[in-house]
Design a protein around this ligand. Structure first.
Ligand code: ADP
Ligand code: MG
Length: 346
């Protein structure tokens, strides 16, 4: 989906011309950036902090569908989802590199839109764009983002740090991005069947935004820091709550109890899931792409957390032999699996 209707052929510009065009307005604001774009490597200085690095590869047709994802949103989301991994370590992101592979169907204007979105995300999250790579691609669009950040060594939250008795907490609400995707997929199908029909996205803004324009939870990292709470374990919810809980439990060698009625769901997510004949809980457990933070804290942190609107305690960590369990709304106990919970696998 290109917003701009002009088409400037990339062949006329050449690789260097394109890089120069895309990056000429890039500003450096982070004090840890010594050298950004323009040399063989960027130079960074984190003095006494530990450095965090994370990378993602996004492929057209595998990770995104350009039939309904606007390019500006794609650039924005590519940066967001990558920064989310730095925040999930309880760190602060400070730089990214942004690499693109472009097939011949993309004019300059399309690439400009991707960059516009990426740079909006950089600005919003105070990260510098310090490099990247640019290449032709035989087929489809490829985007790879690497994010770099820092943290004090004793503040880093690994997946493996959960302790027995810890409270299991999650930020925001879950399942919305998945339900938003169902709407986009449905409207795509309607459009493919009859291109004259306009997409019906009326009143679904929140969940569609959650799919197209997720917001990484830097604010939660800062909030926990300001409350002097150090999560024992943390992960971002990219694949669905169930599999993220299991990652923490496996790597920490612990079990858990999750309470279905505590899982935070937005009302629109709930209602729309029902319209699609989906169980809202399953959307939260298996849906993914929420980019919320899932973390465990000692019980002593409860008083500081209990009244925060953006953090919900959804369960607790148990000893390893207790397994991974969900207590359903009706009080039944189900084993959690990476695919949600077992009752649905029979
Ligand atoms: P090299 O030959 O060393 O790969 P390039 O000519 O590809 O160098 O890149 C020149 C400079 O432009 C480098 O600083 C590189 O990080 C930066 N750069 C290249 N592509 C991008 C991009 N898509 N976004 C941001 N910076 C880029
Ligand atoms: Mg290069």
């Amino acid at each position: 989906m290109f917003e701009n209707t002009e088409r400037t052929n990339l062949d006329q510009m050449g690789e260097f011309g394109l890089i120069e065009h895309l990056t000429k307005h890039v500003e450096l604001n982070e004090k840890s950036t010594i050298k950004g774009i323009g040399d063989d490597a960027a130079v960074l200085d984190f003095s006494n902090k530990k450095t965090l690095i994370s990378t993602d590869l996004l492929l057209e047709g595998i990770h995104f569908d350009l039939r309904y994802v606007p390019l500006k949103h794609l650039g924005y989301k590519a940066v967001q989802v990558n920064l989310s991994d730095i925040y999930a370590m309880n760190g602060i992101a400070s730089q990214i590199t942004f690499s693109i592979g472009l097939s011949s169907k993309f004019p300059l204007e399309a690439v400009e839109e991707i960059y516009e979105g990426a740079l909006i995300a950089c600005k919003k999250f105070n990260v510098d764009l310090v490099g990247g790579d640019t290449s032709a691609s035989a087929q489809g669009l490829i985007i790879s983002v690497t994010s770099i950040g820092y943290a004090d060594e004793d503040r880093i939250a690994y997946r493996s740090g959960a302790q027995e008795g810890d409270l299991l907490c999650v930020s925001g609400d879950l399942g919305a991005a998945y339900v938003g995707l169902q709407i986009l997929e449905r409207e795509k199908q309607v459009f493919l069947d009859n291109p004259k029909i306009q997409p019906d996205l009326e009143g679904k803004d929140y969940i569609i935004e959650r799919q197209l324009k997720p917001e990484a939870r830097k604010d939660i990292v800062q909030l926990l820091d300001s409350l002097d709470i150090k999560p024992n374990a943390m992960i971002d919810v990219s694949d669905g709550l169930a599999s993220e809980i299991i990652h923490i439990c496996k790597q920490s060698d612990k079990g858990c109890k999750l309470y279905e009625d505590k899982i935070p769901l937005d009302q629109m997510t709930y209602d729309t899931a029902r319209e699609f004949g989906l169980d809202p809980t399953v959307c939260a457990l298996n849906g993914g792409e929420d980019y919320e933070l899932l973390f465990t804290v000692p019980q002593s942190a409860y008083d500081k957390l209990r009244n925060l609107p953006d953090i919900t305690v959804i369960g607790y960590i148990t000893e390893p032999n207790a397994g991974y369990e969900m207590i359903s709304k009706s009080g039944n106990v189900y084993p959690l699996t990476a695919q949600g919970w077992n009752a649905f696998k029979k």
